[in-house]
Design a protein around this ligand. Structure first.
Ligand SMILES: *[C@@H]1O[C@H](CO)[C@@H](O)[C@H](O)[C@H]1NC(C)=O
Ligand SMILES: *[C@@H]1O[C@H](CO)[C@@H](O)[C@H](O)[C@H]1NC(C)=O
Ligand SMILES: *[C@@H]1O[C@H](CO)[C@@H](O)[C@H](O)[C@H]1NC(C)=O
Ligand SMILES: *[C@@H]1O[C@H](CO)[C@@H](O)[C@H](O)[C@H]1NC(C)=O
Length: 490
């Protein structure tokens, strides 16, 4: 079935053959395999979920093993960042199912791609990588650390690799325009160098917040706050909680590219959840009292204002009418069948990050979203009726059993993400940190750090507590706003 695969990016993918192969696939499927279509998912039954996840993951690894660049562990054809996100998803899968059959491949790929400086910036590719590409590998590493994924002797710890990414990115904080922010691309010769985007900044925000909770090193929390505050001063994280995808240095970050993507929301929500948990530790009384006072007026104001009717529409719109407002969809590209391979993976992160966040900040809000993920998981399984085995997944879960005619590693990853999310509640504990059983060792000097020092000027403990409270306020306002957007604003 090699001719059916289109593993390169859309840009280099000829439309003629694609249409032809879709047609052929449909025909073959129809004649050969009328009875074994789709993957059944019972979201209330852990065994059913595990079986479905195993089927989906196995097909995903088949794609991985069949890639042209298979001599290089962790390197995908014509993309590098997806390696990090696939390993992240597989680490979650191992943790939730106990199935360790992919662990060697995960370790091999992660260590191979860690780069000479242990910061996931390997010299083979570093000349064309963006900050977002790198941060996904950092997020994979911290996921491995938080879930006690096995380490190999003689290799750097997972947490130190995540710290390596942090140490590599912080010096790129750009003060030439907009009062800060990470650029999308790292090198001036690349398109996107003049852009600041949500996933690069939201990605580093999330990584910093997770490092803060894992290590309790306040430097990470200070940076998380700083990135949050900066984002909030631009259209990347508007006062109405609508997240723009991009903004430009040329316009001093007043302009905005407003394509709506699930993963931009998820990365800020995930980091906010970790910060919420982090700031409560040293001073629970103060933060709770303060937050309550601010939480209610903000939510009420949000509910009453026109601005928030817009934002409710924005977040609810990821659960469109075509899926009875229960099935998640990347609405910017799915309805028009224009998702590129990157975009096909975004739901992976929205679902699995919020799934794990439900362990960190269990609220009725996360419970509500998790309910929608159950419906999404069932629909995703129904969408897995393509290919010669009738088990390859499409991307448009809102179409349910009507297979959308696409298949690929990214589609498999997306379905695995939502299955992971729905399996999370069957897990008693985790994610771990250094205080509650996390075994991976921190090394704040992990990675390459030519300047020798990083971080804002030392601050007093008074500032620190104040800043923590401020973050808690933001987080609860955020959770409140999301609650209303997801649930109240149908
Ligand atoms: C870099 O490229 C060389 C030559 O193709 C290859 O042997 C090596 O595995 C690559 N390293 C990484 C980290 O991909
Ligand atoms: C939000 O506003 C709607 C309509 O204005 C109202 O019916 C609803 O009760 C409000 N919800 C809350 C939580 O105040
Ligand atoms: C969550 O609980 C709060 C307080 O108990 C309530 O006001 C709010 O409406 C609930 N939200 C959801 C999504 O159920
Ligand atoms: C905290 O992290 C910063 C930045 O990486 C580092 O310079 C500092 O040594 C760390 N502090 C501790 C106590 O590990």
């Amino acid at each position: 079935m090699h001719f059916l695969r289109c593993r390169s990016s859309l840009r280099s993918c000829q439309m003629g053959p694609v249409i032809m192969s879709r047609w052929l696939t449909t025909l073959l499927t129809f004649f050969l395999l009328q009875n074994v279509l789709a993957i059944e998912v019972n979201p209330e039954d852990e065994t059913s979920l595990k079986n479905a996840a195993k089927t989906v993951a196995t097909t995903m690894i088949d794609y991985y093993n069949a890639r042209d660049s298979k001599a290089i562990p962790g390197k995908f054809d014509e993309t590098w960042w997806e390696g990090g996100s696939m390993f992240m998803t597989l680490i979650q899968y191992w943790y939730l199912t106990g199935d360790s059959q992919f662990n060697d491949a995960i370790q091999e790929g992660m260590y191979w791609q860690k780069g000479d400086d242990n910061d996931f910036f390997p010299s083979n590719y570093s000349q064309y990588l963006g900050n977002d590409d790198q941060v996904f590998w950092g997020l994979a590493a911290i996921t491995a650390g938080e879930l006690n994924f096995p380490e190999r002797d003689g290799e750097p710890s997972w947490i130190s690799l995540a710290e390596g990414v942090f140490n590599g990115q912080i010096p790129r904080w750009d003060m030439t325009a907009c009062g800060g922010g990470l650029r999308w691309q790292i090198w001036p010769y690349q398109d996107g160098y003049n852009l600041k985007n949500a996933i690069s900044n939201g990605g580093l925000f999330q990584l910093s917040a997770r490092l803060a909770l894992y290590t309790k090193n306040a430097t990470y929390a200070e940076w998380a706050e700083k990135i949050w505050d900066w984002s909030h001063s631009t259209p990347l994280l508007r006062k109405t909680w609508v997240i723009a995808d991009t903004t430009t240095n040329a316009a001093n970050c007043k302009d905005h590219g407003d394509h709506q993507w699930t993963y931009n929301y998820a990365t800020y929500i995930m980091g906010a959840g970790y910060m919420h948990n982090y700031v409560r530790l040293p001073c629970p009384q103060a933060s709770i009292v303060k937050t309550n006072r601010h939480y209610r007026p903000m939510v009420l104001k949000a509910n009453g204002s026109k601005a928030c009717q817009d934002c409710s529409r924005h977040l609810n719109s990821f659960f469109p009418k075509s899926g009875d407002h229960q099935i998640i969809s990347d609405i910017t590209c799915e309805p028009i069948d224009m998702c590129d391979r990157n975009q096909k993976t975004f739901k992976t992160y929205f679902t699995s990050w919020i799934g794990f966040m439900s362990l960190i900040v269990p609220t009725n809000v996360t419970a509500e979203v998790m309910g929608k993920f159950k419906a999404s998981a069932v629909a995703a399984g129904q969408q897995c009726s393509g290919g010669s085995d009738g088990k390859h997944c499409g991307i448009r879960w809102t179409k349910k059993s009507e297979w959308d005619g696409t298949m690929g590693l990214e589609q498999q990853m997306s379905v695995l993400g939502v299955l992971n999310a729905v399996m999370v509640p069957f897990t008693a504990d985790g994610p771990f940190n250094a205080d509650n059983g996390g075994k991976s060792k921190s090394d704040p000097h992990g990675g390459h750090n030519p300047e020798g020092t990083i971080g804002p000027a030392p601050i007093t403990s008074g500032d620190r507590v104040g800043a923590g409270i401020l973050t808690a306020v933001f987080v609860l306002v955020w959770v409140g706003a999301i609650s209303w957007m997801l649930v109240g604003g149908k």
